[in-house]
Design a protein around this ligand. Structure first.
Ligand code: ME8
Length: 647
């Protein structure tokens, strides 16, 4: 057992988010952590530091397999589809990840296999094997993908998923956590593994006091997972497969140099939500120690938010899709609004009304308005060229000092992952600049013809706005770049650099400013636009008669039906239409018994590409109507021969 410290180059960071389950689409909880990690990565890049920003999807385990079965598709199909939804959302939110890991990637599976072999052959300090086999009997919550105890249940249900746990007895392999607990505890106490915020460090240390048991690292009855290299009858427990994403993505097991560079050659920062604290703060360091690897440098555990006071969940119907916010506020404002509802690290509540108010007050009024009024004055009074400042008076000197000081403060806060304090400082500077503009009243100077003073005031305002564009860039990258473009920066200068831009006076007098558009239009105007866009989207979804005519729907007759082995929801149907016979797989087993189906008339889409579901090739899709949990098959009003075309 060793902690290889490595060279630990200052200024090299591996920044990670959790990898999200693909049993469903992304929601704003996932977006929250990912945006925070993006902001952090962008700040480090601004400092000129090497940054590897990692995110991805967690694709194995019962939870995903069950969702696939419910959807009537194979687990891999579900993973491909939903993993893409995450990537799409991150693209819309301008998430600048360097690598998107998927646990079904061969590269990842290979790395997990290497790690499992390493753990299997490892011995602890007493010379005992780290992995041993045993029998486990207990309650398992598929939603959490973890074993839970009777005392965790509320009215017999898992309190997080409001579902009864399964009772499981099986042969499992166990990880001898007990051998590593004292060292992990020591590393955390001494901040060698730093846990922020402080109360989450204390919460973690509290878990050691309560006692922690060895955990099982495999499953006998799960089929969707990584096969144990030392026992092919078992699959790796989904968490033992998921946690190593942080090393598989940087070359563990296939690129030792790259792996060393990012894992032991810099700082490793994991951002996680408080729901997965134990896995990350205790199990993961212990696994790494057993495998002879360095432990993470910093784990930042943020809080959980509710939506309008309620836990966000499918059953409550209050899950917020990031697209909805992006449509209303735009990508940058969504990033800003999600991060500024409550301090990063604490629990909070997201309320639609508060989002609107904050958009209008911070972004439209304070920031957007400041930029447009200053730029307009430059356009009107100096033919759109940044004026040369003359005598700096007390007000200017104060604002300059504030601007330079804000740069230092913001980067200091970000170093400690105090994202909200960092953003608050930027906004304070915005407000100070607004006050400065109000106080110096450049419109009056223009009226009075005091060009000399006007030059100084407008240069000072524009230069402070330039500093704000530097600081705001990681949070609202598109709008900050837009603003920089208007300030006259060329394409390659749109991404700022701290080293070049931290001092006063970077903006060159004489620079021609660009066209001025509102950075953040007030919501009422923006909403009008959103309605127009959604109308356009609806139009885009409309299809022509020609397109509809391509769909070959036929009346068909069911000849035989049987259950698909191992799939609760699937039936295999043999159907006939005209001369043709086909086999299809349909997710209707919870609504129709096989024996009730033979002889039934159904409506079949016949020219769908074949799909393999549970190893069976399905050649067509039947039509059904559903509402709530109810599902009925579509059929014909009167008798008509199978094969009749539907038009
Ligand atoms: O746990 N508030 O994936 P997951 C804040 N696959 N953050 C939230 C949130 C909320 N209401 N809801 C979700 C998993 N999150 C595992 C992780 S890592 C090796 C494996 C965020 O899809 C938060 O970051 O359930 C939380 O930790 C994560 O989504 C859980 O995502």
């Amino acid at each position: 057992m060793s902690i290889s410290e490595g060279e630990n180059v200052k200024g090299r960071y591996l920044i990670t988010t959790p990898i999200y389950y693909v049993n469903d689409k992304p929601h704003i909880g996932h977006a929250y952590t990912t945006i925070a990690a993006d902001v952090l990565s962008r700040f480090h890049r601004l400092k000129g530091e090497q940054t590897f920003f990692l995110t991805g999807t967690d694709e194995h385990g019962s939870k995903v397999a069950e969702a696939a079965e419910k959807a009537g598709i194979s687990p891999q199909q579900l993973c491909d589809k939903n993993s893409q939804f995450f990537r799409n959302a991150w693209q819309e939110l301008n998430i600048s990840y360097d690598y998107f890991v998927r646990t079904t990637d061969q590269r990842h599976i290979q790395a997990v296999t290497v790690l499992l072999n390493k753990l299997f052959s490892a011995k602890d300090q007493k010379g005992e094997k780290v992995v041993y086999s045993g029998e486990y009997s207990g309650l398992y919550c598929v939603g959490c993908e973890k074993f839970i105890t009777e005392k965790d249940l509320v009215d017999g249900l898992c309190p997080s998923h409001l579902k009864p746990p399964q009772s499981l007895t099986e042969k499992n392999y166990f990880f001898r956590l007990s051998s590593y607990l004292p060292l992990v505890q020591k590393l955390i106490s001494e901040d060698k593994i730093r846990i922020l915020p402080e109360e989450k460090k204390n919460e973690t240390l509290g878990l050691f006091k309560q006692g922690l048991e060895d955990f099982s690292i495999s499953r006998e009855k799960v089929t969707w997972g990584v096969t144990l290299p030392f026992d092919p009858s078992q699959k790796a427990y989904v968490w033992v497969d998921a946690l190593p994403n942080y090393i598989s993505a940087i070359g563990y097991g296939d690129n030792p140099e790259e792996f060393k560079k990012w894992w032991s050659g810099g700082k490793v920062i994991h951002l996680i939500g408080k729901d997965i604290l134990k896995f990350h703060n205790i199990y993961w360091p212990a696994m790494l120690l057993a495998a002879g690897e360095k432990t993470p440098d910093l784990l930042f555990v943020h809080g959980y938010f509710t939506v309008d006071g309620q836990k966000m969940g499918k059953s409550l119907g209050n899950v917020i899709d990031p697209h909805r916010l992006i449509e209303k506020y735009g990508s940058d404002a969504t990033r800003y609004l999600l991060l500024t509802q409550f301090p990063f690290g604490q629990d909070g509540d997201i309320q639609e009304k508060r989002l609107e108010n904050k958009y209008n007050s911070d972004l439209a009024n304070d920031f957007g308005n400041l930029a447009s009024r200053v730029l307009k004055l430059i356009k009107e009074n100096f033919s759109g060229e940044i004026p040369e400042p003359e005598d700096y008076q007390k007000e200017e000197k104060e604002l300059q000092a504030q601007a330079v000081d804000t740069v230092r403060k913001v980067f200091d806060y970000i170093e400690e992952i105090s994202i909200n304090q960092g953003i608050d400082e930027i906004l304070k500077l915005v407000r100070l600049t607004n006050r400065y503009v109000d106080k110096t009243a450049p419109w009056n100077l223009a009226k009075a013809g005091d060009k000399s003073r006007l030059r100084t005031v407008l240069y000072t305002s524009a230069e402070t706005i330039r500093v704000i564009s530097l600081l705001f860039y990681p949070v609202i990258p598109q709008k900050a770049s837009k603003l920089r473009e208007t300030l006259g920066f060329k394409e390659k200068e749109l991404i700022p650099s701290l080293e070049k831009e931290k001092d006063w006076g970077y903006l060159k007098p004489g620079t021609k400013i660009g066209e001025i558009t509102a950075l953040f239009p007030r919501l009422s105007e923006k909403e009008k636009k959103a309605v127009e866009i959604s109308k356009e989207k609806k139009m885009e979804n409309q299809i022509s008669i020609e397109e509809f005519a391509k769909l070959d729907f036929r009346v068909a007759k069911v000849l035989e039906a049987e259950r698909v082995e191992g799939a609760k929801k699937l039936l295999k149907l043999k159907v006939e239409f005209g001369e043709e016979k086909r086999e299809i797989v349909a997710g209707i087993a919870e609504h129709y018994k096989p024996e009730d189906l033979s002889g039934k008339t159904i409506i079949l889409l016949t020219n769908l590409k074949p799909a393999r579901i549970r190893g069976i090739e399905s050649n067509g899709m039947l039509l059904a109507a559903s509402e709530g949990g109810n599902l009925v098959l579509l059929t014909t009003d009167k008798e008509i021969n199978p094969g009749a075309k539907i038009s």
